[in-house]
Structure formats: structure tokens, C-alpha cells
Design a protein around this ligand. Structure first.
Ligand code: NAD
Ligand code: ZN
Length: 690
């Protein structure tokens, strides 16, 4: 048998796969394999077709741009077709040399002829858009589609602030600007974060996006402009379509300069370079820059700068001969998922982390990638044994963005179940784990006693609005914990000069300052102390309210749920969280040790839970300055006695407490006939003598 029938079969198989994946990618914005895989297939087809021109057919993906007009969009016919760009196969510097060699050959330049000038630019990873301006006004915006016919997406493009509605100083009858719509990486991360929260809160029909390109393409091809608006997009111009009544500059770079002057966004990281050496240097420079760019690029693009030379070279099937894309290592790759570990973060958040067969992606070898959370893992149906797509872009943590379902093995693992995997216990401290309704993450309830949360707990404990330990910051906490000197909050109070002296860069003076700060922190208030324990859902105000209500720690620690619910602004979530915290013996132990170490506070007298509450149901207004009590002290006392303090006098006011320089509130009280008291009168009320 000759090899041609076999090759024919292979060609047909590749074409079918490319068609399927192109459909997923361009039409549905839902790629199923990484670009690098698609490119491999594409290059294999190109190679076969080059060796066997008789196998080339007009509908081969190498011969035409794939794409289609989605239902619901009005088709737009491109006067000048929107083409693709040839991709240089060799991703090393050699790729640039080969392009230059081809250009010189096409232009029939002699060996000693001068270098060719190239416009070198970034290859933005978004989707191509044609913006049509008539007499300087934006009248139409269209996707590439199949290159001949695209989709009218003007409504959605109008939501992009960077795209000018009007060109500055240009009244050409027709000027079509071509460029890339893309999504910045920070916007992409924020969007996916929001999506994950929506999903956690129970939203159906929501999903996260695989990458910024995909999110941008989805937003542009969104039928509802209000939805498109929620996905902030950006734009860079890189070329022209139809032009009437405008003298196009002689070089590509000059044309971009002119567009920039008209107010069209043009990327600054572009250059005009000479010959192969210039291209190689540009390729290297951008490779270095790539991670720090705020958006994804998949390579650079080289274009012959002179428009006259471009015209001389012309086009071949779907690509210009005068331009080429030179890529970098892909930011998405496929690999196998070997296992799933669960990491405990500084705040107790439990994150599933994929253990991967090492893979080279985004310029480094990756063997761990985040799966974000349980919902995300299940929604993507990621299972041990699967072939997964890993993405690493910029400096962000690599993530698993999807599963290649075609490659799922028969013996694939069970759907991921975090609780079951951990048997309900924190992998670090064995405390129970929990996940509250509407929250995406499971967390360890160990709090201050979980070693994984130690540093965070110490920093929180020491911060200004809590125990206020001067001099105990990030770096020192790291040092103390890493050196094993401080393992728990009470350890702080056991620190002495001797341990501190062993720390790097710790002078006698700073050691003494820290010890003084720690000593000083011992004298605190119940509110601050409660806040410093890091009880979930207990913020500063709630801590104060709890302190005020119970007055004394033991009473609070033993309070039943119903009693907790009586506290101002305390609902079931907070009440349960407090109860839960003090139900754990290791937390009580910490509290006892802190007290034993000398941490103390005055009990609050006359609190809601024990004292009679003489001001229950009464509303007081404070005005002017009282002789001994500050405004806040008076307010605290009134509230502790069950009263309310209001800012303005009305018929509902029971008493107005007036001090020196009382103003209009006093007048109002008199007008409404409301009883007016001085500080002594207030004190009497508080004692129940009202
Ligand atoms: N994962 C999949 O299943 C799948 C399927 C189909 C295509 N793809 C990917 O799509 C790409 C090929 O498709 P293509 O033909 O749309 O794009 P291309 O990579 O061949 O390049 C052409 C496009 O590059 C863009 N571009 C960005 N910066 C540019 C610049 N400075 N100058 C000119 N153009 C610039 C334009 O949008 C233009 O349409 C490949 O990366 C391929 O891997 C992936
Ligand atoms: Zn834990």
C-alpha cells in the first residue's frame, strides 16, 4: 500500500479535530484543549500539506480563517478581509532569523543590500476587532468572523472606555482601525473571583473563565451590553481596514503614530528595528518583560515597516507575507493530575492544590497548581488521574483551568469531596473544619491554636486596635515563629532578653522596646482582648458590644446561645461563632494562659447582663460638654444601663443631657417640653434614682 491513503486519513482526522476545536474556540469561546495542542496539530497539517501539495483542499484550516457569525448578531461584511498571521514554528531566536531570510528572498534583495526595517510589536492575546469611523465618528464595530463576514458588536464595544467615539482631528470619509480587544490580568482575576463568589452563593448559570482571551471574547460576543459592561475590556490598535479620504503614512509605525494622535490606544512597547539582529533583540527584550506586563501576550509580531514593500510582497491564502507571529512558551499546557493536597492558609482557608506531573508552562516548570476551592474543583469535575489544563501567566500562582475530557482514563478518581478527604479535620491541627453557607471556602476552626494560622493570629493579636504591642510587626513575627520561639499567643508573654538576643538584626534597644511594649499590652480592656482573639465574625464593634453586655469574661465564655443573641446586633451567625470558639478546650486554655501571664482588664460595672437597667427603653440626647464625662464615656454608661443615645431631639426623646455651651438641641428640647438634665442628673438616673 502506498503511504498516501494513510496520510489522507491522517489529514482528514487532523482537519476534523481542528474544525471541532476551532468551533469551540472561535464560535463558542469555550476551548477544550490548550492553544499549544491546537498549534501542534495545525503545524502537523501544514507540514504534511507542504510535502504533499496534492492533499491541500480549499476548506483546509490552513487555507482559510475559521469562524462564524453567532445567532443573534447582525453579520458585517468586511470590505478588506481580516486575515490571520503566519506563526513562525521555531520559538527560539532562530525564528526571527528565518523570517528575515524569507523577506529578503521574497524582495529579491542581494546579500549586501541594506537591512530591512521592521515594525516589531506585541502579540496581544485577545480578539481582533474592526472599528469603522466615518467622518471621525465610530459607526460600526465587528469581529473577524470567518475573515469575510464578522459580527456587529458595536453595542458591546461602546462599553470600552478606551475606544474613542470620535477621532481627534480626523474627518476621513472612512477609516477602519483594526486592533485587539483584551482583558487585563487584574480585571480577569477580579472577574473570576466575583464569579466564584456568585457560584458559592448559589448562582446557577455562572461560570469562571479559562483565561483573559476567553473572557474578553465572551464579553464582546455577549448579546446583553449590560453584561458586557461588567467585564472591563481594553483595546490596542495595530492595523487598518478600509480607508477613504485619508493619506495613510508610508510606514506601519508612522501609521500607528498617527492613530495614537487621533486618540486611539496604541501600545508603547513597540519598536522599529533593523534586520534579523534587531528582531532577535526585540524578541529577547519582550520575553524578559512578558511577566510584568499587565496583560497576556502570546508572542511578538514582526511586520515589514514600509507599506510600499508590504504591497510588493502581498498575501498568500489567509496571511500576509510581510508579517509573522513569533511566539513564546505557551501559558497553558496539558499534564496529568497525580493528586490533590489541601493547604491551610494564614487565615485558616483550606485550598485544594493540584499535584501535577511536572510541565513546562509560562516559562517555568510547574508541579503544583491551585484548584481554588471545592466548588470550582467539582464544577470543572477535576479528578485524580485526569489530564488537566494548567495556566501560568505573569507572576500569578499557576492554576488548573480545566479537564481534557477526551483523555479521561477509565480508572479516574471520584469527584472531589474536601470534607470526606480530610475526614472533617484540619490537616495541620485536626480542629474541625467548617464551611458557612454562601461562602466558597472551607476553613479550619482552630484559629489561634492552628499552627498554620499562627503568624496571622499573632499579627492580629498585636495590632494597634487590639493588644497594641508596639514593635511587633510582620518581620519580627516571621522571625519569632520561624525560630520556634513563639508557638502560641501566651508565648509572647514568656519572651525574655535572652531569646530576643538570638534573633538576627535585633539590637538591645529594640529588644527592650519590644519587651516594654509587651508588658504595656498586659493592661487592656475586655473589648480589645475579645477582638484580639480572632473569633470569626467578631470585629471591633461586636467585641465591644459583647464586652459591654457581659462585663466579665467568664460570664461571656459560659453564655448560652440565647443569652448571646440578646446582645446588640448579635445574630445567630455571630452567636454561634462565639459559642463555638469557647467550646473548644484549646481556646479556653489560651485564654487562661494569657490571664495567668498577667493580661488583665477592668470588669465593666453595671452591665446589661447583671445590673438592673434603669434606662431600658429610654432615649437620651447629649449636647454641650459635661464637666467630668466625655461624650463617649457618657454614651457607654447610658448604653450599659440599657438606654439609647440619639443624635437629634424629637418627640421620642426621653431626656436631653446638657452641658456647657449646649446649642440648638437644648432649645429644641425646651420647645418640645422634654426634660433636661445636667451631669449630676444623669448620674442619678444611672444609679436608678430617676
Ligand atoms: N485552544 C483551541 O482549541 C484553539 C482553537 C483554535 C485556535 N486557537 C488559537 O488561536 C490562535 C490562532 O488563531 P488566529 O488566526 O485567530 O490568530 P493568530 O494567532 O494566527 O494571529 C492573528 C491574530 O493575532 C492578533 N494580534 C494580536 N496582536 C497583533 C498585532 N500586534 N498585529 C497583528 N495582529 C495581532 C489579531 O487578533 C489577529 O487576528 C492560535 O494561538 C491557536 O492556538 C486555539
Ligand atoms: Zn488548623
Amino acid at each position: 500500500m502506498s503511504e498516501t491513503p494513510l496520510l489522507k486519513e491522517r489529514v482528514a482526522a487532523i482537519r476534523a479535530q481542528l474544525h471541532h476545536h476551532a468551533q469551540q474556540y472561535y464560535v463558542l469561546d469555550a476551548p477544550q484543549i490548550p492553544d499549544a495542542e491546537y498549534d501542534k496539530l495545525y503545524q502537523e497539517l501544514e507540514a504534511i500539506e507542504a510535502a504533499h501539495p496534492e492533499l491541500v483542499t480549499a476548506d483546509s484550516p490552513t487555507q482559510r480563517v475559521i469562524g462564524a457569525v453567532l445567532d443573534g448578531f447582525t453579520p458585517v461584511r468586511h470590505v478588506v478581509p481580516m486575515l490571520s498571521i503566519r506563526t513562525e514554528t521555531d520559538t527560539t531566536a532562530q525564528g526571527a532569523v528565518e523570517f528575515d531570510t524569507r523577506v529578503r528572498r521574497e524582495l529579491k534583495l542581494a546579500e549586501d543590500a541594506p537591512q530591512v526595517d521592521y515594525a516589531a510589536e506585541l502579540k496581544f492575546d485577545g480578539l481582533a476587532i474592526n472599528l469603522r469611523y466615518e467622518h471621525g465618528e465610530l459607526v460600526q464595530a465587528a469581529t473577524r468572523g470567518d475573515g469575510e463576514t464578522g459580527e456587529d458588536v458595536l453595542q458591546n464595544i461602546r462599553t470600552i472606555k478606551q475606544v474613542p467615539r470620535k477621532l481627534r482631528g480626523c474627518s476621513a470619509a472612512v477609516l477602519e482601525v483594526r486592533g485587539e480587544v483584551y482583558m487585563r490580568r487584574d480585571e480577569f482575576d477580579a472577574l473570576n473571583e466575583r464569579q466564584r463568589e456568585l457560584i458559592a452563593a448559589g448562582a446557577k448559570n455562572e461560570k469562571t473563565f479559562v483565561n483573559p482571551r476567553n473572557a474578553a471574547a465572551g464579553a464582546v460576543r455577549q448579546l446583553d451590553p449590560a453584561m458586557a459592561k461588567k467585564r472591563p475590556l481594553s483595546f490596542f490598535a495595530y492595523g487598518l481596514g478600509e480607508v477613504q479620504g485619508w493619506e495613510v503614512p508610508e510606514t506601519h509605525s508612522g501609521m500607528l503614530d498617527a492613530l495614537a494622535k487621533m486618540g486611539v490606544p496604541v501600545n508603547e512597547d513597540r519598536a522599529v528595528v533593523q534586520g534579523a539582529d534587531g528582531l532577535v533583540a526585540f524578541h529577547e527584550r519582550i520575553r524578559e518583560l512578558r511577566d510584568s506586563l499587565p496583560f497576556d501576550i502570546d508572542g511578538v509580531v514582526y511586520k515589514v515597516n514600509s507599506r510600499a514593500l508590504q504591497q510588493q510582497m502581498g498575501f498568500v491564502s489567509r496571511e500576509p507575507r510581510w508579517a509573522v507571529a513569533h511566539k513564546y512558551p505557551a501559558q497553558e499546557q496539558m499534564t496529568r493530575l497525580l493528586g490533590i493536597d489541601i493547604q491551610v492558609g494564614r487565615t485558616g482557608k483550606l485550598t485544594p492544590v493540584a499535584k501535577l506531573e511536572p510541565v513546562f508552562v509560562g516559562g517555568t516548570t510547574v508541579s503544583n497548581a491551585t484548584l481554588h476551592n471545592e466548588d470550582e474543583t467539582r464544577r470543572k469535575d477535576v479528578r485524580i488521574g485526569d489530564t488537566v489544563i494548567v495556566r501560568r501567566a505573569g507572576d500569578v500562582i499557576p492554576e488548573v483551568v480545566g479537564v481534557v475530557m477526551d483523555r479521561r482514563p477509565e480508572d479516574v478518581g471520584e469527584p472531589f469531596d474536601l470534607y470526606k478527604r480530610l475526614d472533617g479535620k484540619c490537616p495541620v491541627c485536626s480542629s474541625p473544619i467548617e464551611r458557612e453557607e454562601g461562602e466558597a471556602d472551607w476553613r479550619c476552626t482552630g484559629g489561634i491554636t492552628c499552627p498554620a494560622q499562627r503568624k496571622q493570629a499573632l499579627l492580629h493579636f498585636a495590632s494597634r486596635r487590639m493588644m497594641d504591642i508596639e514593635g511587633l510587626g510582620d518581620k519580627l513575627v516571621d522571625q519569632l515563629v520561624d525560630a520556634g520561639i513563639v508557638r502560641s499567643l501566651p508565648d509572647l508573654y514568656k519572651l525574655g532578653f535572652a531569646n530576643l538576643a538570638t534573633l538576627e538584626r535585633m539590637g538591645d534597644k529594640s529588644a527592650q522596646n519590644l519587651l516594654d511594649g509587651i508588658e504595656k499590652s498586659k493592661s487592656t480592656t475586655l473589648g480589645r482582648f475579645l477582638y484580639s482573639l480572632g473569633i470569626r465574625h467578631v470585629g471591633e464593634t461586636t467585641a465591644k458590644d459583647l464586652a459591654k453586655h457581659f462585663g466579665n469574661l467568664d460570664r461571656l465564655m459560659d453564655a448560652r446561645l440565647e443569652e448571646l443573641l440578646e446582645v446588640n446586633d448579635v445574630g445567630p451567625i455571630v452567636a454561634e461563632s462565639v459559642r463555638h470558639f469557647f467550646d473548644q478546650p484549646q481556646h479556653r486554655e489560651v485564654v487562661e494562659q494569657l490571664r495567668a501571664a498577667g493580661v488583665h482588664w477592668p470588669d465593666i460595672e453595671g452591665t446589661a447582663s447583671d445590673a438592673p437597667r434603669p434606662l431600658l427603653g429610654k432615649t437620651l440626647v447629649l449636647t454641650g460638654s459635661l464637666p467630668t464625662l466625655s461624650r463617649d464615656e457618657a454614651k457607654d454608661l447610658i448604653e450599659a444601663a440599657g438606654g439609647k443615645v440619639s443624635g437629634s431631639v424629637s418627640k421620642k426623646t426621653t431626656y436631653v443631657v446638657a452641658g456647657e455651651e449646649a446649642g440648638s438641641k437644648l432649645d429644641k428640647a425646651r420647645e418640645l417640653g422634654i426634660a433636661v438634665l445636667d451631669e449630676a442628673g444623669l448620674q442619678a438616673l444611672l444609679r436608678g434614682e430617676g
